[in-house]
Ligand binder design. Sequence first.
Ligand code: ATP
Ligand code: FE2
Length: 324
Amino acid sequence: MIALGIESTAWNLSIGIVDEKNILAHKSDPYIPETGGIHPRDASQHHSKKITELIAETIKEAGIDKDEIDLIGFSRGPGMGPCLRVAATASRALSLSLEIPIIGVNHCIAHIEVGRWVTEAQNPVIVYVSGANSQILGYKSNRYRVFGETLDIGAGNALDKFGRNIGLSHPGGPKVEELAEKGNELIDLPYVVKGMDFSFSGIVTSATSKAEQKRKEDLCFSIQEIIFSMLTEVTERALAHSDLNEVLLCGGVGKNKRIQEMLQLMSEDFGSDFYVPNNELLGDNGAMIAHTALKMNLSGEKDSVDVEVKRNFRPDEVEVSWRD
Ligand code: ATP
Ligand code: FE2
């Protein structure tokens, strides 16, 4: 069975084609704002302009004919409304013209499922950290349960926002990481963990207010240390309170070497295994959508062609049919 997946929840327009065993092709055409953060309307216009060509190029790269595609999957949410609708509209058109089923996929769950597919993680505590989302999850009784989550913004948005405030271009996350490597003074910033939840917006305000007195490198080092320690603390507690003994990192912030290192060390101390997919599959990508749609369809699911997007679609809303 061959599935084509479309991802366009925010900045990255991406198409993936997979079968049960392999990724046959995946290609992206990201929207990169000239200044400031991502404006949903501008991003969606970029995606609508590029989507037809990107689908054709990905089919070509996979070395298949479009008639060989058995299933269309698209990111149904969470994400920016105008961006989500680009993928939904293209998917409906493909489903109708090729006369194949369509499945709307939860974007967060797709990040998790591709991680379980390409690593050896079976039943991990999941650290899902991206731009808009930050959640610690685990699987139980047919649902991905959210153990803890951000009370305000995602870790990636916090790094991007702080980056913008100190003059870095979007996305700030990777540039903060680069500067942090040259930092060594740990500057006092608010460490906010409440039970299993955490909050990042106060850290951004505090770090920004110190930008005149302190070196950029030290502020970048400190903001990473604080944010990643908070996430590691909650992940450790999730391991302690469950009978799980694996940790899987996913989402764009997972590309950061320092969060990988912290989670790896904590997992080792705990006698648990730590897993992280390669960078291409950590950020938003169409292959994760195609793979999750395929698993859902093989377990008997399909949507009707008018399946709607869901801007605030939570992973714990989804009844999981494809796992034991
Ligand atoms: P979601 O809808 O899941 O929130 P997203 O639209 O935020 O996804 P992702 O590709 O999952 O997209 O994540 C993008 C985020 O990852 C951005 O905030 C970016 O700054 C951050 N990021 C990317 N690389 C790094 C890095 N090396 N260090 C820290 N953050 C990073
Ligand atoms: Fe994402």
